[in-house]
Write a protein that binds this ligand. Sequence first.
Ligand code: KDG
Length: 300
Amino acid sequence: TPDVLTFGESLVSLRSAGPLATGGTLTTHVAGAEANVAIALARLGHRSAWVGRVSTDELGEFVLRQLRGEGVDTGGVVRDAERSTGLMFLERRTADLTRVQYRRAGSAGSALTVDDLRAPLAAGARVLHLTGITPALSPSAREATAWAAKSAGIPVCLDVNYRARLWSRDAARAVLAPLAAHASIVVASDDELDLVGDVDTLLRQGADAVLVKLGAAGARAHTRDGVHHAGALTVTAVDTVGAGDAFTAGYLSGRLDGLDVDGCLRRAVTLGAFAVSTSGDWEGLPRRDELSMLDNHETG
Ligand code: KDG
């Protein structure tokens, strides 16, 4: 059984080196917040499994090959012959600013159902990781996410991951706050916290840790024993996409290794630093023997 089971939508990400409107070469990548977490964990030597729907064509094959190539278990993936794999265009607009467009409405990934998750959940894992992106994709994906959070029977990690292009803050709040009540670990950036309620309520509802990402100021972990803080490592930011996923994977990795909260936070900000200082959602993430590469970078 995997250490971490996660599910959601994986997309084919087409990246341009400059503004999309001026054309040029696109490079092909796999994206998706949950896939990013699964890959980050596998790089560190943990067993991770990703479940979701992908098309039966070459794009679906590409997603699966990439995940498998990174050592992610894809045994539970459903091939959907009716629908196409969702696309994401990512343009580099300025040296350190990227912009995203989706072509994912009606995609295979958005057609996820409760039935897709039954067997993988029954097989078990140490942690179930889910994000607030999946319930924004369709009514059936929303139902699947709520069902999984409720019936997991294992600790649940929820990364809020609010995506303004998918739904409004009010719509997100109505779905994500009840979801967070089932989570042992809640991850949010400071501007997302109001979508899942306040820290005290989350801790009272049973969360062990509420992680608040503060960007260049690092991150805080609120626990029943108090507040812990870790500064961000000072690195040159080239691409922040995927940094939150790397952060979450770092924290989960620390938990799986039995580290204390400070150790988990330290690993989380380290993975975040790898993600922002390399290009791609996950391509630049470290293997376990590379974790100490940034140790001489100061925390800000
Ligand atoms: O966290 C990075 C993700 O935003 C990206 O990989 C695509 O999952 C994605 C999404 O829905 O935005």
